[in-house]
Design a protein around this ligand. Structure first.
Ligand code: NAP
Length: 225
């Protein structure tokens, strides 16, 4: 039985990923910052709810302690929680980096002791090709025309964290994933994307895949930095 924790899983890609993994037989801890939204989401798919705000150390520690007490280990961590800030202000920048990059550090650091107790530990961070220097500087790529400085910069940081974690922990497989442009609340203002169900399939496939640790990927394979 695979024990999986997904952050920000009360809706969107995280929720759909949780749903598909439960259907595959994973024990899924569905992390959400709202008790109300998280409880309802977990109940609807047979997952286990943990209150988890990736910007709050105490909340992260409590969520990991719950899993430790119940399972004694964690096999898969999906760092999925994310925000898209469009205003270019200091406050928005702090929020973007706190959630999209610092949140990855908070949750990964808290989860490492439990991941080390797994026989095949994996950390999948839902990053973005909007944080790829190659994609945003290549004319013709959709990311080239996308002007979302805080989102791109914070996702570039999330991808770099994946590389650094992979180097520091060779026994744990770390992957940064571009899940595919998806119509969720995050992208509602842009009016783009496929269904969360399709993108969650890419997330689940990435968890099953055996590519090298420390890479940025989409469903077609490794992406340049
Ligand atoms: P979404 O539907 O807006 O879901 C985002 C999730 O993150 C929500 O559950 C949200 O919870 C949660 N969240 C935000 N701040 C949080 C915090 N501080 N602590 C815990 N949870 C928090 O968006 P999505 O498209 O599914 O995004 C999922 C991930 O995919 C994100 O990391 C996003 O950057 C990435 N991504 C998305 C696309 C796309 O095209 N949609 C493309 C590339 C990458 P609340 O309901 O409480 O706000």
């Amino acid at each position: 039985m695979t024990i999986t924790l997904i952050t920000g899983a009360n809706k969107g890609i995280g929720y759909e990923t949780a749903r598909q993994l439960v259907a595959q037989g994973h024990v899924v801890y569905l992390g959400a910052r709202s008790v109300e939204r998280g409880t309802a989401a977990a109940r609807s798919i047979g997952a286990r709810f943990v209150q988890l705000d990736v910007t709050d150390d105490a909340s992260v520690a409590a969520a990991v302690a719950t899993i430790k007490d119940a399972e004694g280990r964690l096999d898969v961590l999906v760092n999925n929680a994310g925000v898209l800030e469009t205003e270019l202000t200091g406050t928005a920048a702090l929020r973007a980096f706190d959630t999209n990059a610092v949140g990855v550090v908070r949750v990964t650091e808290a989860a490492l002791p439990l991941l080390r107790r797994s026989r095949g530990p994996r950390v999948l961070t839902i990053s973005s090709s909007a944080g790829s220097f190659w994609a945003v500087t290549t004319p013709g790529r959709p990311e080239h025309g996308l002007s979302l400085p805080l989102y791109s910069a914070s996702k570039a940081a999330a991808t770099m964290l994946t590389v650094q974690y992979a180097k520091a922990h060779p026994d744990i497989r770390f992957t940064a994933l571009e899940p595919g442009t998806t119509a969720t609340d995050l992208t509602a203002g842009l009016g783009i994307g496929r269904s969360a169900e399709d993108s969650a399939r890419a997330v689940v496939a990435a968890l099953d895949g055996d590519g090298p640790s420390g890479t940025l990927r989409d469903e077609s394979g490794a992406l340049p930095w």
